[in-house]
Ligand binder design. Structure first.
Ligand code: GLV
Length: 327
């Protein structure tokens, strides 16, 4: 029987490609060009499935030009690059890669919190610039992490992982805000207390954002919210660009309205707001929260397994929409 044709839209681990090639006719992109919508649409011609990353936008126009598409497997837990209603209407199954990245991403959230609060990047730049000539009592004095109040906005699996690290590892008081309150059992497991967004912003020493991106979560943190935070507070965004109004944040950082920020994601990434690049009190990383070799391999494998499972068994492992599957 002829193998189904699939597109792997970005460079991927060679072993993942080998695995996919056992099941599919694979067109790959190991040179890792980032295709625009026209090129991606063209490359998808004749393909029944695709493995994508967050950089590929799947929308109605692309789907209309490729009515043969059956499934698109995103190598990410987030899937805001997918127009889910358009995919569902076109009968295209969408999948993501949950669970396999939870702890790795929570680790990174904590790393960014620590680096931000304790001014790791800022002080390293100072040292590398040859400016370290003597010890001084207040040199790069930052904010305390242990025993402080951690505020988490978005209490899904990754948020819960960060709460556990904060509560049990660092003796932090954990407050959270989420669309829905966790069960009393989960709250006890995470030692976390549900509060309103306003109370969280006003009382937390460190605010970590782990909320999925949607029209409702756009600019969850803007000038108004930054104005509610303590002047000594830090803000960490490992969720998605667009959750924070980056221009408003740069302004708040430059004016000392909050102490510092740690950002792994940006509005319009990989382009970063110039104003953010100019302020010293921000730690900037290029969307690497899930980037350990082990976890990225597991994400690639789960995306690949979704494709194989769909074509061999008629169901995906981690779907994010529901479509009628024709035989
Ligand atoms: C990364 O940002 C992901 O959504 O997995």
């Amino acid at each position: 029987m002829k193998k189904p044709a699939i597109l792997v839209a970005r460079a991927i681990f060679p072993q993942t490609l080998d695995f996919l090639s056992q099941h599919f006719e694979v067109e790959s992109n190991q040179t890792d060009e980032v295709w625009d919508a026209v090129e991606l649409t063209r490359r998808l011609n004749g393909k029944a499935g695709a493995l994508t990353t967050g950089s590929e936008r799947i929308d109605g126009a692309l789907l209309q030009a490729n009515p043969q598409l059956k499934i698109i497997a995103n190598m990410a837990v987030g899937f805001n690059n997918f127009d889910i209603p358009a995919m569902t209407a076109a009968g295209v199954l969408a999948t993501n890669t949950p669970d396999v990245l939870t702890d790795t991403t929570a680790d990174f959230g904590f790393a960014l919190l620590m680096a931000t609060a304790r001014r790791v990047s800022e002080s390293e730049h100072f040292l590398r610039a040859g400016k370290w000539t003597k010890w001084r009592y207040d040199m790069f004095a930052g904010a305390e992490v242990h025993g402080s109040t951690l505020g988490i906005i978005g209490m899904g699996r990754i948020g819960q992982g960060i709460a556990r690290r904060g509560a049990f590892g660092f003796g932090m008081k954990v407050v959270y805000h989420n669309r829905s309150q966790l069960s009393p059992q989960l709250e006890a497991e995470c030692k976390a207390t549900y509060v309103s967004k306003e109370v969280l912003l006003k009382t937390a020493d460190h605010v970590v954002l782990v909320v999925p991106y949607s029209a409702e979560s756009h600019h969850t943190i803007g000038a108004n919210e930054l104005g509610m935070m303590k002047s000594t507070a830090t803000l960490v965004n490992i969720a998605r660009g667009g959750i924070v109004d980056d221009a408003a944040l740069a302004h708040a950082l430059a004016g000392g309205q909050i102490a510092a920020a740690g950002l792994d994601v940006f509005e319009g990434e990989p382009v970063v707001n110039e104003a953010l690049l100019k302020v010293p009190n921000v730690v900037l990383t290029p969307h690497i929260a899930s980037a350990t070799t082990k976890t990225r391999l597991a994400m690639a494998q789960l995306a690949a397994d979704n494709l194989v499972s769909y074509f061999t068994q008629g169901r995906a492992l981690t779907p994010v929409n529901q479509v009628a599957i024709m035989g």
